[in-house]
Design a protein around this ligand. Structure first.
Ligand SMILES: Cc1cc2nc3c(=O)[nH]c(=O)nc-3n(C[C@H](O)[C@H](O)[C@H](O)COP(=O)(O)OP(=O)(O)OC[C@H]3O[C@@H](n4cnc5c(N)ncnc54)[C@H](O)[C@@H]3O)c2cc1C
Length: 291
């Protein structure tokens, strides 16, 4: 097996162009497991750990954050918890401290598992994925268009993920995950919500309950129209229930070893109701009085 070790982003893109079959490795928390279990025998590994450009984050002129694909979960939690609370909350549920120190959002995107924990908050927060190839330059792919199938993404063989772009939260964001235990667990299913008060908009993300992570557009639109954005009243139980139903309708889960389709649908409804209630209670306390 060839081992490619670029020192810069330009070198990494050139290496990927030269050897499109090379498998990128960042934290290695997915790649090394697959190699160790003989699930995959790549002709070459493309080690991105020396590429400093992938390990930083910066604000863009339009206010969005550009977060390098190699920033590990531990740093998302420590450095971006205020700006990206939904993603930070999801990051806290990933694996163990060791996995959170090595594993990255870029790696989660690269793996494109429907169960990846970063995907629902990226969807709810309108993230855009920055990918690049030596031949065609940069492409900006909205998260909604990035996931194409089970472990399949819009990334071309000669492209690498450079970063994701996401606006700092302007309202409450929450993530919820059901697993067979509280830590070190792949999601049976998960749900994220983001309130965007400035635009009176709601974002959602569903994990592990369809071939790809996906939003629940009908639930988002319906809720955005129903919420009293200027008010401080508690949510009507019927509204919360309906949001849960619409979120569950957006899922198309399967039966597998981790759970049944019926359980997943039920759990999505429960998590949608819970995360909405948490988010709205925050909104009433923190955002509405200043609006
Ligand atoms: C014990 C354990 C527990 C785990 N728990 C969780 C969990 O709770 N939630 C969860 O979501 N995941 C979990 N995972 C899976 C894994 O940690 C995550 O998917 C993590 O985000 C992978 O990041 P990484 O940097 O280690 O990726 P890597 O393993 O380095 O790469 C993952 C994939 O992305 C590709 N890739 C990496 N960087 C790039 C790039 N810049 N451009 C293009 N492709 C790239 C690789 O080629 C590979 O296909 C767990 C794994 C282990 C071993």
């Amino acid at each position: 097996m060839e081992f490619l070790r670029p020192a810069t982003w330009a070198e990494a893109l050139a290496a990927k162009a030269g050897t499109p079959d090379a498998v990128p490795i960042q934290g290695g928390t997915d790649v090394m497991v697959e190699i160790n279990f003989d699930v995959r025998r790549p002709v070459a590994l493309l080690d991105l750990n020396q590429v400093a450009e992938l390990r930083g984050w910066e604000p863009l002129p339009d206010g969005r954050l550009r977060v390098g694909a190699g920033v590990p979960y531990a740093r998302v939690i420590a450095e971006l918890g205020e700006e990206l609370p939904g993603l930070a909350q999801a990051s806290r549920t990933v694996g163990s401290p060791q996995i959170r120190n090595r594993g990255s959002v870029g790696g989660n995107l690269g793996a494109a598992s429907p169960a990846g924990d970063s995907h629902p908050p990226l969807l709810a927060g309108d993230a855009v994925i920055e990918v690049e190839s030596a031949a065609r330059g940069i492409r900006l792919i909205p998260a909604t268009e990035f996931y194409l199938g089970v472990k399949r993404s819009a990334l071309a063989p000669d492209e690498l993920i450079r970063a994701f772009w996401m606006s700092p939260a302007t309202g409450p964001q929450y993530f919820s995950k059901v697993g067979t235990r509280n830590a070190m667990v792949i999601a049976v299913c998960s749900f994220a919500i983001a309130l965007h008060p400035g635009e009176h908009r709601v974002g959602t993300g569903i994990g592990s309950a369809a071939p790809t992570p996906r939003r629940a557009p009908a639930a988002e639109e319906w809720l955005a129209g129903e919420l009293d954005w200027g008010g401080t009243a508690a949510l009507a139980p019927a509204l919360v229930k309906r949001f849960g139903e619409l979120a569950a309708e957006a899922a198309s889960p399967i039966d597998d070893v981790r759970g049944t389709a019926a359980y997943r649908r039920h759990a999505i409804a429960v998590m949608a109701r819970r995360t909405l209630t948490w988010a709205w209670n925050d909104y009433r306390e923190r955002v509405a009085p200043c609006a």
